[in-house]
Design a protein around this ligand. Structure first.
Ligand SMILES: Nc1ncnc2c1ncn2[C@@H]1O[C@H](COP(=O)(O)OP(=O)(O)O)[C@@H](O)[C@H]1O
Ligand SMILES: [Mg+2]
Length: 329
């Protein structure tokens, strides 16, 4: 059977005052049914743009998306906005870092979820309410009947994020995209939300694209991981492989920045320097300027993703050397 999601050569460009920003550059990945893939990288690497490209949330007048996005056999890039409205919130759902921005402050939370059922499933009022209460229970919101009648501002950050999960799951999506869903939460609540998502992934047999800048989150819940840098995937594989034998110098840098037990979590900027300006095309490797393994070829020639072991892809001219070094330790 084919994959649930196949992203092929995805490229997203924006018109800006400074010219064209090429935010996502020929990205390839896939997600299998029922699996969770982490998309990880520092801020500005193109994670959210990748997610919003899959959802087709950009203004077509300023944005050019090319390549292929197949979701359960549907050619997403060929769909018109009218069709996307039936797909979003239905077989494809997304939750964002800041729940308040996607909720209506003037409607009770119950009404907002019930609306999803009424729109996508054409349920009557009573059934929609019953289904909503079941959903609130499923995501662990206590006293769902009284919570139903409350407004978003009466919910704490963790409860709001549960609510967002409930809304996203209302129509049993085949693919859920979660864009930094726990970044704004404290560590204990973050762990609760991740546990809920992991449980629901299995219960709904859902594919999840988990976007995070935190490798700790990836280690905790993901099956597979793709590492993104300057709009490109630089390394991908299953979680055990990537954590046991990372091969891209950027991934190595991210690994060394995972806070040790008891340390305060740091922002993800472990490596000196900045990523390249996305308004320019590059001849060489996007990471070369910051890389301690850099040689002349890295500046002259862009490395391609190559398969180092089954399912483990790396784009680095020196991956073999790094693999040898690792093996020698
Ligand atoms: N609508 C937009 N118009 C122009 N540039 C954008 C737009 N959205 C994102 N970008 C740029 O694309 C790059 C990647 O952004 P983003 O995907 O949000 O990064 P992150 O990995 O932190 O989610 C950034 O340089 C950002 O400024
Ligand atoms: Mg983002």
């Amino acid at each position: 059977m084919s994959k649930l999601l196949e992203v092929k050569n995805l490229s997203t460009k924006f018109k800006t005052e400074r010219g064209t920003a090429h935010a996502v550059r020929y990205v390839n990945f896939s997600i299998e049914r029922g699996k969770m893939m982490g998309l990880v990288g520092e801020s500005g690497s193109g994670k959210s743009v990748t997610a919003k490209s899959i959802m087709k949330l950009f203004d077509p007048a300023r944005t050019t998306i090319t390549g292929g996005i197949q979701l359960d056999g549907i050619d997403i890039l060929a769909k018109k906005e009218k069709d996307m409205q039936k797909i979003r919130g239905n077989i494809l759902s997304m939750i964002f870092q800041d729940p308040m921005s996607s909720l209506n402050p003037l409607l009770t939370v119950g009404e907002q979820i019930a609306e999803v059922f009424r729109y996508h499933k054409k349920m009557n009022k009573q059934t929609a309410k019953e289904e909503t209460i079941k959903l609130l229970t499923l995501v662990g919101i206590p006293s769902p009947e009284s919570r139903y009648k409350q407004y978003p501002h009466e919910f704490s950050g963790g409860m709001l994020q549960r609510l967002m999960i409930a809304i996203a799951l209302a129509c049993k999506p085949k693919l859920l995209i979660a864009d930094e869903p726990t970044t704004a939460l404290d560590v204990t609540i973050q762990a609760q939300i991740l546990r809920i998502m992991k449980r629901l992934q299995h219960e709904f047999d859902m594919g999840i694209l988990m976007i995070t800048h935190d490798l700790g989150v990836v280690a905790e819940v993901c099956d597979d991981v793709s590492v993104m840098y300057a709009g490109q995937i630089v390394e991908s594989g299953d979680v055990e492989t990537i954590f046991e034998s990372p091969l891209h110098p950027y991934t190595l840098g991210l690994m060394s920045s995972i806070p040790k037990l008891g340390e305060r979590s740091k922002t993800l900027n472990p490596i000196e320097g900045n990523p390249p300006d996305l308004h320019f095309e590059l001849n060489g490797c996007p990471f070369a300027e910051r890389c301690k393994f850099k040689t002349d070829i890295c500046l002259a020639d862009a490395p391609k993703l190559k398969e180092m072991q089954e399912g483990h892809h790396v784009s680095c001219h020196h991956a073999e050397k790094i693999a040898g070094r690792e093996a020698a330790v």
